[in-house]
Design a protein around this ligand. Structure first.
Ligand SMILES: Nc1ncnc2c1ncn2[C@@H]1O[C@H](COP(=O)(O)OP(=O)(O)OP(=O)(O)O)[C@@H](O)[C@H]1O
Length: 593
């Protein structure tokens, strides 16, 4: 019951804050409709007693009451629905917004990389979809509770033994709750499977991956994988469903026996002369109503109870995020720095991983320089960039920005001074202006600012082709899909919206570009970096596998197994004849062939 009260308190508080008038009117109409239900029983008994006693006036008065109560029961519930339906929609929307804020509100990305957290967020997305129904169910549950209480009060005035009927009515409630909890546990245990199925479905149907799936003929394989996953899921859920139905059925059976006993007892009271024929009708009507009310109540309780589990998940996430919320306090980063960045004994281990990805990195990156980070797949290059941009806190060592430990700098303020294009950049399917302008909201999507960012990213041609208000992506009827390189250029322009960044980060610009386009992109970046270096002394760090691009950097860092194994200029590293020289030789031979 605690769960149910918690859920109702929370949802009603949101609904009340969103629209008091609608909430109060909907609830009042529902309650009036609830009162009408037991009145139907009283009036039906009154009619029978009136007729039995040969009192036509009384019978007529009760008849009119019966008609009004029946009409009220139907009409009031209908009008109430008009009010609370919209309110429920508003509540669901609000929770959706809260979820987006929560998922994006933590200081670091650690949680997003945790599969258990991903499962929880996935469940929460489904939970929020149910909240609309829950608000309605919660209000109806309140009205049903009033109905049950009134019905019970009337029955008890006939005979205290009818209390047993009410006690029996609790059995299906308890059994239903148990069944619901078990069902929920099974559902949660299956969340990894459902997430997997959804991923496979998206993979097989989304425009982004469909080309590859079709060409590789992998569709059948994905379907088989889905079938296998679903096979296990369905049998687990079918078992849970059967257990659920059995527990609830047994609960209902207990009430059914008590119901028959109550009707028999009413006839016995008449036989003893302690009750009238009208009382028997009243008992039959009310006991039937009680059965329906309890069944409805269990159904509604189930919905609210299910939602309570979701709201608890929500509250837990909220509490965790509040504890880890982006601290607003902290030092501001230096307005300008020629000391650049310094990494001291930097170590990092991903949450849940068995070993460190970065194993003690010491680097000096003076302000105004461009730094290329190279190394084999998995060397830790992208991880290093994530730490520099503050997406993760180091698990050891520190990063100094202009001499100040990054851990002491306000994360928000640091983010405002970094511009980053990651390997898995976002394809923001909105208008070109928004897709670029979202990189720096204070600029207010202004034509000049967005146009300048597109120019700097050398994507002005795209601006002319699509138009600043042209819609990107196939998610819209009038949207236009872009090539991988064009999407990257939009992402690049987005990063260049940031004014005066102290750190510019570019992770594998060549992943979607040909060599020439990558060179243009890096040139554009270098140019921006030079401008920034001249004004604030920013550092540019880029990761690429193309050494033709790397050679232009002021400083080259070679990572291997999370450690710096070499560093220097292109010339110095070639002379040193180490790892970099080997890689250079390999790529030069490949080009010469
Ligand atoms: N979110 C994560 N959780 C756990 N381990 C991770 C995560 N991201 C990366 N790793 C691991 O950290 C190591 C370094 O990954 P990283 O992406 O930094 O390498 P990289 O040098 O950028 O590789 P690539 O050239 O392939 O992009 C890899 O072994 C990878 O499996």
């Amino acid at each position: 019951m605690r769960d149910v009260l918690f859920c109702l308190r929370r949802l009603f508080a949101i609904a009340w804050a969103l629209d008091r008038r609608r909430f109060a009117t909907g609830a009042t109409l529902l309650l009036l409709g609830a009162v009408a239900t037991p009145v139907v029983g009283l009036a039906a008994g009154g009619v029978v007693d009136g007729v039995d006693a040969g009192a036509p006036r009384s019978a007529t008065a009760w008849g009119v009451t019966l008609a009004v109560a029946l009409a009220g029961e139907l009409m009031l519930a209908h009008f109430a629905h008009l009010y609370y339906f919209e309110l429920a929609e508003l509540t669901e929307e609000r929770l959706n917004r809260d979820l987006v804020r929560l998922v994006n509100g933590s200081a670091h990305l650690d949680r997003s990389d945790d599969p258990a957290h991903a499962d929880r967020v996935d469940l929460l997305r489904q939970d929020v979809l149910q909240m609309r129904e829950t608000v309605q169910s919660g209000l109806q549950l309140g009205a049903t509770a009033v109905q049950v209480l009134l019905t019970a009060a009337v029955l008890v005035t006939l005979s205290p033994w009818f209390l047993l009927l009410i006690a029996a009515a609790v059995v299906p409630v308890v059994a239903g709750r148990r069944a619901e909890t078990q069902f929920q546990e099974t559902r949660e245990a299956q969340s990894t499977t459902t997430r997997g199925v959804r991923h496979l479905r998206r993979l097989a149907t989304s425009p982004g991956s469909q080309k590859e799936i079709r060409l590789s003929g992998g569709g059948d394989y994905l379907l088989r994988r889905q079938r296998d996953l679903l096979g296990g899921y369905r049998s687990a859920m079918a078992r849970a469903d059967r257990r659920y139905a059995l527990r609830r059925g047994l609960g209902q059976l207990a009430f059914g026996v008590a119901y028959v006993g109550a009707v028999v007892w009413a006839f016995e009271l008449v036989r003893q002369g302690r009750a009238s024929a009208g009382d028997v009708v009243l008992t039959v009507v009310l006991a039937t109503q009680l059965a329906t009310q309890m069944a409805t109540g269990i159904e509604l309780l189930g919905t609210v109870h299910r939602a309570a589990a979701g709201l608890r998940r929500f509250a837990a996430l909220e509490a965790e995020q509040t504890a880890e919320a982006l601290p607003t306090a902290g030092l501001p980063p230096a307005a300008a720095t020629d000391r650049g960045l310094r990494l001291e004994g930097l170590r990092f281990r991903y949450p849940g991983a068995d070993e460190d990805t970065l194993r003690g990195i010491d680097l000096d990156l003076p302000g105004g320089t461009s730094v290329a980070v190279v190394g084999e797949n998995g060397a830790g290059k992208s991880t290093l960039l994530k730490l520099l941009t503050g997406l993760y806190p180091p698990t050891g060592g520190r990063i100094l920005v202009g001499g100040t430990d990054l851990a002491e700098v306000a994360p928000d303020a640091w983010r405002e001074r970094t511009a980053a294009l990651h390997q898995d950049f976002a394809r923001v399917e909105l208008g070109l202006r928004e897709s670029v302008g979202i990189g720096h909201l204070p600029a207010g999507f202004a034509h000049e600012a967005v146009g300048a960012a597109l120019d700097r990213a050398r994507a002005d041609g795209l601006g002319e082709q699509v138009g600043l208000d042209g819609v990107l992506g196939t998610g819209y009827a009038d949207g236009r899909d872009l090539s991988g390189g064009q999407w990257q250029a939009v992402g690049f322009a987005r990063t260049l919206m940031r004014p005066d960044p102290l750190l510019l980060v570019l992770d594998e610009p060549g992943s979607a570009l040909d060599a020439l386009a990558e060179q243009r992109l890096v040139d554009a970046y270098q140019e921006t970096a030079r401008e920034v270096a001249a004004t604030v002394g920013g550092v540019t760090v880029f990761v690429t596998h193309r050494l033709s691009t790397v050679q232009l950097a002021d400083h080259i860092v070679v990572l291997e197994g999370g450690r710096v194994v070499e560093q220097g200029t292109h010339g110095q590293l070639l002379v040193a004849g180490g790892r970099y020289a080997d890689l250079w030789g390999l790529q030069a031979r490949a080009y010469a062939r």
